[in-house]
Design a binder for this molecule. Structure first.
Ligand SMILES: Nc1nc2c(c(=O)[nH]1)N[C@H]1C(S)=C(S)[C@@H](COP(=O)(O)O)O[C@H]1N2
Ligand SMILES: [Mo]
Length: 293
């Protein structure tokens, strides 16, 4: 299985721009404006001098298909957006923050999500390194619990406090949802689909995620048999994916199918209905077929 923390070079990428923007951190600034009492501009030096937090958050893409790999887990160092908004003082009626990148991408994030206790940040560090160019250097947003298309603006330069009625983000204007809470998901990572594995004891494993709710239980089903509990690895936080494993003793030669499903922290079972990513995220239980030789 892949490691719990995704190394930066292996972290998935989603970009609307063909060329990675190269921003000079000394020239970077973030304009905070709109429906606020106090408009201001933040410089990179001010960010560095601020009280930063560091947390593990699993980022996932709304266009991830069931079993897909558009998910990554990293330790993000950043400045709480809660503090940015406390300084800006949104006025009555505001319900959304439109974040815009230097490359024209934009995301609409519900205002309350950026003001509650979750670690939504303006991130400047990823896994102990400065944010890589490809992941938004010098500053990007990371918001636990929301798909990237409505929250994770890279190379961010502008935050406008506004309303869902007045403005929309890049993907919303192209047919995707305007809200994007992450749906409970799980996947089988080993064996690989169509792998050939030796008879006897077969190790089965993967990950599950339900950011903001956590994962309480993961079950697997072999060849249409009864659902059985998988062993869960520790939970770093409710905002991170959780690894799971299952040892199948006595696997016989032949072709086998394994399915997985997860329950979130509230005990709610992952949605079984097969749905494509558009407009607000795929659903369905992942299964793979492999051969024991
Ligand atoms: N500027 C910019 N920010 C962006 C995007 C983009 O295309 N351009 N894609 C978004 C989407 S859809 C996702 S899922 C995440 C992916 O972040 P990553 O490329 O660092 O994995 O970034 C978000 N931020
Ligand atoms: Mo995405």
């Amino acid at each position: 299985m892949g490691p719990f923390v995704t190394p930066n070079p292996d972290f998935y990428r989603i970009d609307t721009a063909l060329v990675v923007p190269e921003l000079d951190p000394r020239a970077w600034s973030l304009r905070v404006h709109g429906l606020v009492e106090n408009e201001f501009t933040l410089t990179f030096d001010e960010l560095l001098a601020a009280e930063l937090v560091e947390t593990y958050v699993t980022l996932t893409c709304v266009s991830n298909v069931v079993g897909g790999n558009l998910a990554g887990n990293a330790k993000w160092l950043g400045y709480p957006l809660r503090d940015v908004l406390a300084r800006a003082k949104p006025t009555a009626g505001a319900d959304m923050v439109l974040s815009t990148s230097i490359d024209g991408f934009s995301a609409s994030t519900p205002l309350p999500v950026l003001q509650d206790s979750r670690d939504a940040v303006l991130a400047i560090g990823m896994n102990g390194e400065p944010l890589p160019l490809e992941h938004g250097f010098p500053v990007r947003m990371v918001v636990p619990g929301l798909y990237g298309f409505v929250s994770a603006t890279k190379w961010v330069v502008d935050l406008e406090v506004t309303t869902f009625a007045a403005k929309e983000g890049y993907w919303t204007s192209r047919g995707w949802s305007c809200h994007g809470p992450i749906k409970t998901a799980s996947r089988v990572e080993v064996p690989r689909a169509l792998a050939r594995v030796p008879a006897g004891r077969v190790g089965i494993g993967g990950t599950a995620w339900a950011q903001r709710r956590g994962i309480q239980r993961v079950e697997i089903q072999l060849d249409g048999g009864p659902w059985q509990p998988a062993v869960l690895a520790g939970e770093a936080s409710i905002d991170t994916r959780r690894q799971w494993s299952y040892e199948w003793d006595g696997a016989r030669a032949g072709t086998h199918t394994v399915r997985v499903r997860a329950y979130d922290g509230a005990g709610v079972l992952q949605d079984e209905r097969q749905a494509p990513p558009e407009p607000d995220g795929s659903t369905g239980w992942h299964s793979i077929t492999f051969t024991v030789v």
